[in-house]
Each structure stands twice: as C-alpha cells, then as structure tokens.
Design a protein around this ligand. Structure first.
Ligand code: NAI
Length: 483
C-alpha cells in the first residue's frame, strides 16, 4: 500500500507503538466502542479529515475510527502539539513496517512553520483522485474555517488583499487560499458539497460554529462535542488540572509551592488550572469578567483581582479565557524578574506576542525549544529584567508537555467517535445547525469509564425512579442540569 504523508521521522514508529499500546489500556471508552461497533462497521464509507493535536491519545482515536470502518487523513491543530513518535506509528500502522507503511496518512510534526501548518490542513481536505472528505473532526475549527472561508472567497471571486492589519497567521492563511484557488477555482465549493458534517472538540471551535449558524452561514451540520458533560467537565477541567503542571514542570521545573500564580479566566479550564496550582501550594489569584465565575473563584478561596493590580507581584501567569489580548505587552513590561508567562487556551492571541516583540530594546533568548527568555532593557529606574514565555504563547500543556493523559481523553474521544457515527449514519436527521449529543449518550460515555476505576454505581429501584421522575436506565438529569 502506498500513500502520501508527512511526519518527522518514521523510524520513531516503534517507540510510538509502545506508547499507543499503553494508552489503549488507559482508554476504556474507545476500546469498548471498538468492541461494540467493530463488526457493524458504522463508519464504512466515512472519509474523515481530522485536525486535532497528533498525540498518542489521538492515535488511539484515529485507530478506533479506522476499526469502525472509516478512512482517515490527519493533521495537528497546533504547530507544536504533535508527538512525532505517535505520528510515525499511525502512518506505519499496527500491521505495517517502516519500509511498508500500512496505516493512515498523517501530515504533522512538532515545530511546523505557519505555512507548513496550513499546507497540512489543506492536505487533509485534499484526498487522492481529487476527492475531498465527507466528514471533518475538528479541534479549534481551523479545518472548518478553511472550507468556509475558501468557499466564501471563491464565491466573491477573490481572496481579500493582505493588509498591514493582518496578523502573520491571517496573511499565511490568505496566501494558502489564493494558491489553492489558483490551482482549482472551484476547489472549496466541491469540498464543501461533499461534507456531511463536523464534530468539534473545543470551546473555541464551538464558539466559531455557533457564530456561523447564527448568520446562516454554516455549510453542514455540526455536533458540539465540547459541551458533552463528559467532555468539558472532565477534559477541560481535570485534564488541565494535570497537564498545566506537566507543562510548567517540563518547561521550567520551578517550585510552584509558595509562588503567586495568576489564572486568567475561571471557566472549566481555569477551574482545573487553579486547583492544580493551589494543590502545589501556590497562592492563586483569579481574574474574571463574569460575576458568576468570579464568585465561584472567591468561594473556592482564591483572591479575585484585576490583572493590572497584581501584574507586578505574581510569579507565574496562565491564561485560560479563549479570549484575546488578556496579557498585553504593557503588562509584560511590568512583571517581576523571571516571571513565567503561559497560555493554555486554544489560540496564541491571549498573550500579545506581536506586541512583546515590538517593545523597544527587548531581546529574546532560547533557553530550549518552546521556552524563551525575553529581556527588557533598563529603564524607568528599573534594572534589566526578563520574563520566561512558554510555547511562544501557544497552548503550553501541548507545546511544553504532551497534553492531557489518556484516561481523560478517552472520555472526550468516545464522545467524538459517537458523534461521528451519529452524524454519518443519521445525516438526514440533522440540519445545518449545531447540536450536542443526547444525554443518554453522555451517560453512556461516563459508564464506560467507571469499571476501570473500580467505581460501583448504585441502581435506582423502580419506586425511586418513579419518585424522582426518571427511567431506571436514565437519563438521570434534565437537559438544563449543570453538574
Ligand atoms: P469557558 O468559557 O468555560 O471559560 C473561559 C472563562 O474566561 C470564562 O469564565 C470567561 O468569563 C473568562 N474570560 C473571558 N474573557 C476574560 C477576560 N478578559 N479576563 C478574565 N476572564 C475572562 O472556556 P473553557 O472551556 O474553560 O476553555 C477556555 C479555552 O481553553 C478555550 O480556548 C478552549 O478551547 C481551550 N481549551 C484548552 C485545552 C487544552 O488542553 N489546552 C483543553 C480544553 C479547552
């Protein structure tokens, strides 16, 4: 079998395969879906373009989709998040060898440039024989955006000119669309027409989908995987509770106990990060714009403050807002010497990296890949100082570490797999809107993970079920219940 792919080094495949094998043991949700659906092959005929961090856990997801009958092409949704050994193992496949890869076309490596990143995203949407995919599995919405913007600009007859206002990323993105349309002027209409739907992994991508649905511009149905309870209340919260420390430790290994840590945003990700830092003995300060989340943070015992009031006393910063310009260049110039600045939200614009590079006299030293010291010159009566920025402002748990552990990702990816089956097999039941999975499927995902933890679930009696107005088999909560 020969197919196109682009990864760092195929010889890493064996190391990747060992890690995948161990991850499978920690991903009971995905493994039991393989058992349940393996013979029925519900994804037979599905051609899935996946844009999601190419980690060991994602490898188990990809091989689950294949086990259920799908054909798959994969790219990462971040330039730093690929684990090269996982990418290599997926290309080689469980049955293949380095000389005779039998797996899945992957286009991802750690440390892509922006043009390479967008080329990889284009590659998963461009199938052999000039075809496109019929499903997208997205994380952050970049693959979905490429199809939508490509088609919009194709219909308008031109890609808007690149201006000084555009970030480097937007400039690169426009250039890619220009290039693809020059090669095939109807490319994005054809790709869009072939797609039955998208399943979206994260808060930021979901936000983009609801915007498209609101203006009537969504081209195909979407399932919001993020807002399955077994996704956002587990991956975003407990996943980040684990991987924020992993990122900080691998990047800097500073002792967190006793330090002052600012967590910007107290949503699901912020709650996990604040708990982790407090667990290490840091004094945590939370910034929030939402009074409900601010009150929750206060009730947990955290100080709630404005960033400008604490920027010069904190030792480390983690942004978790999904919003932009949270830490400005001005903030960074006021920080303590060797303050650590990091972002765990989806995009790198939470920290104004472009503004930081423009501070007069600032210099940048690479301590190691994805760890940089930015030194400000003397001034305003202050000695020269430096701050440490992780992953160039991109999500530090995947840039500086390896993302969330397998067990929590098994919950997220079981939702992804079920959502792909749902949209692919019952496509005519869905309009061009954004849907969440029904609660009984959410409960199913949780159920698949209880045994592995030795958790014994109490069963309702028939009388108890009647008394609280639910079925003995669930769902156990109304849709408006918030957990
Ligand atoms: P969320 O919506 O639950 O929380 C974000 C919080 O930030 C909200 O409470 C909001 O009020 C607050 N916020 C917004 N603007 C703010 C500002 N200017 N200052 C202070 N607070 C502000 O979203 P969630 O699920 O916590 O996700 C946050 C980001 O993390 C998203 O970009 C999401 O895609 C990403 N994410 C990253 C993961 C990772 O592994 N790195 C995992 C899951 C999500």
């Amino acid at each position: 079998m020969s197919f196109d792919f682009k990864v760092a080094d195929l010889s890493l495949a064996e190391a990747g395969r060992h890690q995948i094998r161990l991850a499978e043991h920690e991903m009971p949700g995905l493994m039991s879906l393989r058992e349940e659906y393996g013979s029925a092959q519900p994804l037979k005929g599905a051609k899935i373009a996946g844009s999601l961090h190419m980690t060991v856990q994602t490898a188990v997801l990809i091989e689950t989709l294949v086990a259920l009958g799908a054909e798959v092409r994969w790219a990462s949704c971040n330039i730093y998040s690929t684990q090269d050994e996982a990418a290599a193992a997926v290309v080689v496949g469980p049955e293949g060898t380095v000389d005779d890869p039998q797996g899945v076309p992957v286009f991802a490596w750690k440390g892509e440039t922006l043009p390479e990143y967008w080329d990889c995203t284009d590659a998963i949407l461009t199938w052999p024989g000039g075809d496109g995919p019929n499903m997208i599995l997205d994380d952050g919405g970049d693959a979905t955006m490429l199809v939508h913007k490509g088609r919009e600009w194709e219909a308008a007859g031109q890609v808007p000119p690149t201006t000084d206002e555009d970030s480097e990323e937007i400039g690169v993105f426009k250039e890619l669309v220009r290039r693809t349309l020059a090669a095939d002027p109807q490319k994005w209409t054809k790709v869009a027409e072939g797609i039955k739907g998208v399943t979206e992994e994260t808060t930021t991508g979901v936000h983009r989908l609801y915007e498209l649905a609101k203006t009537g511009d969504l081209l195909f149905p979407a399932i919001n995987v993020n807002d399955s309870v077994t996704k956002s209340k587990f991956d975003n919260k407990y996943g980040c509770r684990h991987s924020v420390l992993d990122g900080l430790n691998r990047a800097t290994d500073v002792l967190i106990g006793g330090k002052v840590a600012v967590v910007a945003g107290f949503g699901d990700v912020g709650k996990g990060c604040a708990a982790a830092l407090a667990g290490q003995g840091a004094r945590v300060i939370v910034t929030e714009i939402d009074p409900i989340c601010a009150l929750q943070a206060a009730m947990e015992g955290y100080q709630v403050a404005r960033l400008e009031d604490v920027v010069d006393v904190a030792d480390l910063f983690v942004t978790t807002t999904g919003n932009f310009n949270i830490i400005t260049a001005e903030h960074m110039t006021q920080m303590k010497d060797k303050a650590i600045v990091s972002n765990i939200g989806h995009f790198d614009n939470e920290i104004d990296m472009a503004g930081l590079a423009k501070v007069p006299g600032v210099t940048k030293t690479e301590i190691k890949p994805q760890v940089h010291e930015w030194t400000f010159p003397e001034g305003h009566g202050r000695p020269p100082r430096s701050i440490i920025v992780l992953s160039e402002g991109r999500l530090m748990n995947l840039g500086n570490a390896t993302g969330h552990p397998s067990f929590v990702m098994s919950n997220s990816f079981a939702n992804q797999t079920i959502a792909q089956i749902e949209l692919f097999t019952k496509n005519d039941e869905y309009d061009k809107q954004v849907y969440v999975l029904p609660k009984h499927l959410d409960e199913k995902v949780a159920r698949l993970h209880l045994d592995a933890l030795g958790a014994e679930l109490t069963e309702l009696t028939k009388e108890q079920a009647e008394y609280i107005g639910v079925d003995v088999a669930g769902p156990y909560k109304p849709d408006h219940y918030r957990y």
